[in-house]
Design a protein around this ligand. Structure first.
Ligand SMILES: Cc1cc2nc3c(=O)[nH]c(=O)nc-3n(C[C@H](O)[C@H](O)[C@H](O)COP(=O)(O)OP(=O)(O)OC[C@H]3O[C@@H](n4cnc5c(N)ncnc54)[C@H](O)[C@@H]3O)c2cc1C
Length: 303
């Protein structure tokens, strides 16, 4: 219910307008590295100094104009140039609805291809984030196409809250892929997604174990300490090589835990969102935890 109300605010123009104006002071900066790429690059450098990698996300989604989709593509091309020039250790993560998927699959395909081409040129890597259920099938099929051309340079995300995901994972695993597994951040109906958190958590662990033992590179993307503990035991007991998986977390969340994992010799990466279009991303972070609303309210009072 809480999640429904918060995510529902994504459709309220007035709230969005007010938040875009004051939100950075109201707490969005806890989850967003900055408004500019320069600010995000500084965060990447600090993480790299601690042995932690990054994946940069230029915030934005659901674009409805071709010019916006092309600007988003150009921003990612520029980001890959900057990562290469600065010699920092960072991938990029993108959303296909930012690349024009709502306009047409062809627009998104063409923009994605240009970005993955550039990533290949630099030996870098593009992660296609997973969005809400209306775009999942298109996202998976565009990923499969891109992967066919550039298996080393593109990866996908699967969401544990969906009933379909184990089947998707099995299909993906027929040939090794690079898969980030998350619990899922959108509002989905019980007809397609587990409504109860323990079921999502159980499915998450099942999916990660399956992926780890079926030839994929697995990005274990969670802040859930119990699950991380279970996965650590599983990889030790099954002698799974540490170069076949990594732990990923979101900027602003549980960084000390990720630092400990890095110190223990595990591969680690932080997802670093930056840019002005942070509203929808911020709402998803608030919706994940009721306590975040108190954090937001405290900032409001301070202001
Ligand atoms: C690297 C990365 C990439 C992601 N990419 C996608 C994607 O492409 N598509 C998608 O649908 N989802 C994505 N997500 C989000 C994911 O689906 C979850 O919504 C999010 O990670 C919270 O779930 P959790 O696994 O941390 O578990 P939870 O059970 O939700 O949280 C475990 C613990 O982590 C802490 N925590 C988690 N979230 C918050 C928060 N917002 N604020 C404060 N503390 C928190 C709390 O201590 C909580 O008890 C991504 C997550 C990560 C880490």
């Amino acid at each position: 219910m809480f999640r429904q109300i918060i995510l529902g605010l994504g459709n309220n123009w007035l709230v969005e307008h007010t938040m875009q104006r004051y939100g950075m002071q109201l707490g969005a900066k806890r989850f967003v590295a900055g408004a500019t790429l320069d600010e995000a690059i500084r965060v990447v450098r600090d993480l790299n100094d601690k042995g932690i990698g990054a994946t940069l996300d230029h915030l934005g989604e659901s674009v409805t104009q071709l010019t916006e989709a092309n600007q988003a593509r150009d921003s990612y091309l520029h980001m890959l140039d900057v990562i290469h020039r600065e010699g920092i250790h960072s991938h990029v993560s993108l959303k296909l609805t930012m690349m024009g998927l709502a306009l047409s699959k062809d627009v998104a395909r063409d923009n994605l291809k240009q970005i993955v081409d550039k990533a290949r040129e630099y030996g870098n890597f593009v992660r296609i984030d997973m969005e809400d259920s209306p775009v999942i099938s298109d996202t998976l099929s565009l990923f499969q196409e891109a992967w066919g051309g550039y298996p080393q340079n593109v990866g996908i995300v699967l969401q544990a809250y969906l009933y379909r995901t184990m089947e998707d994972l099995k299909t993906m695993s027929e040939t090794s892929k690079n898969i980030r597994i998350v619990k899922g951040a959108y509002m989905e109906p019980a007809t397609i997604a587990f409504p109860s958190k323990p079921d999502v958590d159980d499915n998450y662990v099942r999916l990660v174990k399956y992926s780890l033992t079926h030839g994929n590179f697995t990005a274990v993307a969670t802040h859930d300490q119990l699950i991380i503990g279970q996965i650590l035991r599983f990889v030790k007991e099954n002698h799974i090589s540490s170069d076949t998986f990594e732990f990923q977390m979101l900027y602003g969340l549980k960084q000390s835990l990720l630092e400990e994992l890095a110190k223990d010799g595990y591969q680690t990466r932080v997802y670093i969102p930056w840019g002005r279009d942070w509203y929808a991303y911020y709402l998803r972070r608030i919706a994940e935890r009721p306590a975040n609303l108190l954090f937001f309210a405290r900032n409001l009072i301070k202001k």
